[in-house]
Write a protein that binds this ligand. Structure first.
Ligand code: PRP
Length: 206
């Protein structure tokens, strides 16, 4: 199998989430809500939640948003980014009575990989704008709302978008591990998990 790929095992994802949780707790405190960017952010979100609360404390709610990257064919140039499509957005559903918005919350956005950064830029900007709009509508102050970002892997490369720290209100950006700009093979995409795990171990990603 190709050494051009970076193989990541489930254990590796688990340990990177565990380590990140400690850093998040000691730097920005316990999140009130996790916003998982699907599909890649779902499994890391669930794992990191385990380590973000102490025994006996309530589970941190996980909100799912669906974002997908599509080639922006309308630009006529492949040097100009990709388009982010919303396939799902926040829905507090039955929780609405107790937890009706992100206003004033300590929010942790989770995805598995920061590649060109297009998706994270979009998620942060749109979530911020959502909170701002809601706060204005309700006459509330969004002042305390804090956004942090956790990705399992950040690819070291030139990014197509930036994370606007001024929107984060003291929140942190954290990657479990920075990796070279190669194809990353995650375990949940594997059709042969035993071989996948073996390759990940050989690369030290276990
Ligand atoms: O940094 P970027 O260049 O924006 O790329 C990162 C995004 O790309 C992948 O999503 P994809 O659209 O492939 O959907 P998926 O999570 O459902 O696989 C990945 O899960 C990230 O969300």
């Amino acid at each position: 199998m190709s050494q051009d790929k970076i193989y990541i095992s489930y254990d590796c994802v688990h340990k990177l989430c565990q380590k990140a949780a400690d850093q998040i707790l000691s730097t920005v405190g316990k999140p009130d809500v996790i916003v998982a960017i699907g599909g890649g952010g779902f499994i890391p979100s669930r794992i990191i939640r385990t380590f973000l609360r102490h025994q006996g404390e309530k589970n941190i709610p996980i909100q799912a948003i669906g974002l997908s990257l599509y080639e922006d064919l309308g630009t006529g140039s492949d040097s100009i980014g990709k388009e982010v499509i919303r396939t799902q957005w926040l829905d507090f559903g039955a929780l609405a009575q107790h937890f009706d918005s992100l206003i004033g919350k300590n929010i942790l956005i989770v995805d598995e990989v920061d590649d060109t950064r297009t998706t994270l830029h979009y998620a942060l900007t749109e979530l911020y704008n959502d909170v701002k709009e809601n706060a204005e509508k309700l006459g509330k102050d969004m002042g305390n709302t804090k956004f942090s970002i956790f990705v399992v892997n950040n690819k070291l490369k030139e990014k197509r978008a930036e994370i606007d720290e001024s929107l984060m209100n003291g929140g942190m950006y954290l990657s479990g591990e920075d990796v070279p700009d190669k194809w990353i093979a995650y375990p949940w995409e594997s059709s042969d998990i035993d071989t996948h795990t073996k390759l990940a171990k050989e690369q030290g990603n276990n």
